[in-house]
Design a protein around this ligand. Structure first.
Ligand code: NAP
Length: 236
């Protein structure tokens, strides 16, 4: 089936690759982003009937409900929500500030929570609703002190929240999937020490391929989580 898919941060990095893949697969896409005018720059040839951008800023909680409501009013009820927008800041017991930690919770965890809550009635009404959250291998384990503990905590919470989605509407066909990729070659990790070397990172299109598969599967093929390794580790 083709869907109306909401994608947060869908004009840049991994989000842009997911948007491109959804368009290629025939889905209609509502992108939530801080500067909606950037969407046309990223997708200058897109058909406005298939792709629209609406304002969504994780630091302005009211924009979560507003993005859902405007999508419904202008494009129809969504069948899928992709929680893609996220940030990485270095926070642990000796690095980073409390405001940095608050930012991580706000963007990586609280915003997806508010979006799921706002979209839930529509996703349940769809009969085949999907929530796909881009978590991280850092949601699965604490690897070593080169990681941001703040990021690890917020992505772990996103994983738990996405698992809980399935209990909100299983009988109505709602399914939730947390995708837990290792390093992806985007701006996010361009200057981060200790990450997987550039030539061994996932490409955004590789992860978009996995999102496409999750969107294509029927209700009886539910994938609670998918871990995508870029390096050999013992427990994931
Ligand atoms: N890169 C990796 O190695 C990696 C690995 C595993 C998981 N992930 C996850 O993949 C997702 C996409 O990351 P990426 O690698 O594509 O990073 P990126 O290139 O830095 O893109 C981050 C995206 O998040 C959006 N965003 C940031 N702050 C926001 C806010 N306050 N409100 C709304 N949107 C906001 C950005 O929108 P603007 O254009 O407005 O800035 C952008 O679209 C994130 O959740 C990230 O944690 C990344």
């Amino acid at each position: 089936m083709t869907r109306l898919v909401m994608i947060s941060g869908g004009a840049r990095g991994l989000g842009a690759a997911i948007t491109a893949r959804c368009l290629a697969d025939g889905h209609r896409v509502s992108v939530g982003l801080r500067q909606p005018e950037r969407l046309a720059q990223a997708f200058p040839d897109a058909d406005p009937a298939q792709l629209r951008g609406f304002r969504f800023d994780a630091h302005e909680p009211a924009t979560a409900q507003a993005w859902v409501d405007t999508t419904v009013a202008e494009m129809g009820a969504p069948d899928a929500l992709i929680n893609n927008a996220g940030i990485l800041k270095m926070v642990d017991f000796s690095r980073g500030t409390e405001p940095d930690l608050d930012d991580l919770w706000t963007v990586n965890t609280k915003a997806p929570f508010l979006l799921i809550r706002a979209a839930l009635p529509h996703l349940k009404a769809s009969g085949q609703g999907r929530v796909v959250s881009i978590a991280s291998t850092d949601a699965k384990r604490y690897r070593d002190p080169s990681a941001s503990l703040g990021y690890v905590m917020t992505k772990g919470a996103l994983l738990a929240m996405t698992q809980a989605v399935r209990f909100q509407g299983w009988d109505e066909g709602l399914r939730g999937t947390a995708i837990c990729p290792g390093a992806i070659d985007t701006d996010m990790i361009a200057d981060v020490p200790g990450v997987t070397p550039k030539d061994k990172r996932l490409q955004p299109a590789d992860v978009a391929e996995i999102v496409a598969m999750v969107l294509a599967l029927p209700n009886q093929a539910s994938l609670p989580e998918l871990v995508v390794n870029t390096r050999l580790e013992t427990f994931i």
